[in-house]
Design a protein around this ligand. Sequence first.
Ligand code: PGA
Length: 251
Amino acid sequence: MRRNLVAGNWKMHGGLVANQRLLADVVLGAATLGRIELAVFVPFPYLAQTQSLLSPTAIAWGAQNLSEHAKGAFTGEVSAAMLGDFACRYVLVGHSERRSLFGDTDAKVVAKVEAALAHGLRPVLCVGETLAEREAGSTMEVVGAQLAAVLDRVGVAAFAQVVLAYEPVWAIGTGRTASAEQAQEVHAGLRQQLAVLDADVAAGVRIVYGGSVKPDNAAELFAKPDIDGGLIGGAALVAEDFLKICRAAGE
Ligand code: PGA
């Protein structure tokens, strides 16, 4: 049985004071959550603070991006080894904002996944189609190609360490969620793509949904057989909302 994962993607939000309050509230609420796994993806400068607040708890943390390079003259970049220094368990790779705003091509995404895996970090590999692509009927083709780019390079066995996040671009930060049926269809398709290569890995890999997950739509999404939790943006900044979503994943 896969254990649900609910992860907050704070994006470029937060501050020392606000983080302290948010994490304290999440820690308190998480004590009664049961079998699910929780994680937060925080901006780089707050990894130390997050590590110190969450180390005594079962909540994991990670970064929202990493460099594909190990070290060197790459001003402004952060390596996998540096994330390891702050005991990150996970790292987001290929979030649609990285893909669309910061030039994270499939090739870069592959290299970042490899860098993460080489340093014992579990990549949360994000895939998703734009609205135009969905309307053109090419959703599976698009997300399938994003997955294949990584799969072809790292091999299916490596996916024992990978979490997949299906995040339709049109649903991120828009208040427009994919219906539970739409999401389930894509999640099942992604799992099938892995199953063709390795049924055990496919059965074990967690595929979380992201895109305007809120307390009032979380339960329906998480009830679907191939949806193993969520990647939560806006709602992860409000402890009460985040915890409600976590509770929905624990039911
Ligand atoms: P959202 O963001 O929940 O605010 O739509 C999700 C994400 O980008 O991971």
